[in-house]
Design a protein around this ligand. Structure first.
Ligand code: AOF
Ligand code: ZN
Length: 345
């Protein structure tokens, strides 16, 4: 199963919103085939694994082999036929499953189908690791909202900005790290003031990888079209209370929210309907705090420049409730990344 997880990770960045999945075929303790889900819309891990074993000349061994899969084999006709059927057709007698698939069209049906066909199925091998591997996919399907990562940079005295002007807290190394983080998520969200004051491009120009969808809250549509967010480099969605639909010329999608209703649940519902499974929230303080107050966060990544003090200014958000907190310390040109800790605040 460790090997399945290793293989699954090779699909990182190319399979979302599908999960990363790896599969290994074992005959008498020897690996005879391996595969993983490589690209969204294409073959699942099991298909690539079985094909690999066949091209290695081991087709005759399938009916006396064990297949390990990090996620329950699917039972539905999606973009590809059910993997459970593939296992049944090739008469692979034993199936070791990392964890159950929470997607409603599968959700235990793959395991049931295999058992009904007489296959021996064991579920829960390295279960925690397999769930953690696809924490975005699992959060999306079990909590009906994207996986939420809060990010901010603060001074030694706990300010994330000064009033009105841009404060440079980060250095070139932490900027690159943030671009890596952006490339790992499906969307980035900022508030009106951050868009206005910082004029961020919210792209991944310092890191190879896809630029996520840019999301901005601009309830009154007062942001000028000269902002980098509207430069057409990647897709931008504007949450607002006035209009809905596309502005084809500028490559912008307007998403209308209700006036007066709470922002966070509305944004989360919109992201669910847009099939966005993970979002990095990059500020400002009011937007970050509103997600914290709504208990809508999974991870916080806090960059602290320990040699910089702002005096007065905007206070950093205050975390509440349980979540994973990761600290990044900037000290001149140095960048120290700490392991995330589970904080129960
Ligand atoms: C598997 N093996 O490698 C993956 C699975 O649209 P489709 O046909 O690609 O189906 C996507 C769904 O299939 C996805 O939501 C998840 O439930 C499951 N992914 N299942 O047996 C795989 N990637
Ligand atoms: Zn499948």
């Amino acid at each position: 199963m460790q090997r399945c997880i290793q293989l699954a990770k090779l699909g990182a960045g190319n399979v979302a919103p599908n999960p990363m999945v790896g599969a290994v075929l074992v005959h008498n303790g020897v690996i005879i085939g391996e595969g993983y889900h490589q690209l969204y819309g294409q073959a699942h891990a099991e298909v690539n694994c079985v094909n690999n074993a066949i091209s290695n000349g081991h087709e005759a061994l399938l009916s006396s082999s064990v297949i390990y899969v990090s996620l329950e084999p699917c039972a539905h006709f999606g973009k590809t036929p059910p993997c459970a059927d593939l296992i049944i057709r090739h008469k692979i007698p034993e199936v070791m499953v990392g964890c159950r698939d929470p997607f409603t069209q599968v959700d235990g049906k793959g395991i049931e189908k295999l058992r009904n066909a007489g296959h021996k199925v064991t579920v829960g091998i390295l279960e925690k690791e397999c769930v953690d591997l696809n924490k975005r996919f699992f959060t999306f399907h079990t909590q009906d909202r994207p996986y939420i990562i809060l990010k901010w940079a603060q001074t030694a005295d706990g300010r994330i900005g000064t009033t009105g002007r841009r404060l440079l807290i980060s250095n070139e190394y932490s900027n690159r790290l943030v671009h890596k983080w952006r490339s790992e998520e499906q969307a980035i969200l900022v508030g009106t003031k951050t868009a206005m004051v910082d004029d961020p491009a919210l792209t991944t120009r310092l890191w190879p990888g896809k630029s996520p969808i840019r999301l901005v809250v601009d309830m009154d549509l007062k942001l000028p079209s000269s902002l980098k967010l509207f430069n057409g480099e990647s897709r931008t969605i504007v949450f607002n209370k006035h209009r809905h639909g596309d502005d084809e010329d500028r490559g912008i999608h307007f998403y209308q929210l209700k006036e007066g209703a709470d922002l966070v649940p509305q944004v989360l519902k919109a992201l669910k309907s847009l099939n966005v499974q993970s979002v990095l929230i990059e500020g400002g303080a009011v937007l970050l705090q509103s997600f914290i107050d709504a208990s809508a966060w999974d991870e916080a990544r806090v960059i602290t420049n320990i040699h910089l003090s702002a005096g007065d200014g905007v206070n950093a958000p205050v975390l509440q409730h349980a979540g994973e907190v990761r600290e990044i310390i900037l000290e001149g040109d140095r960048l120290q990344i700490f392991q995330p800790v589970k904080a129960d605040l």
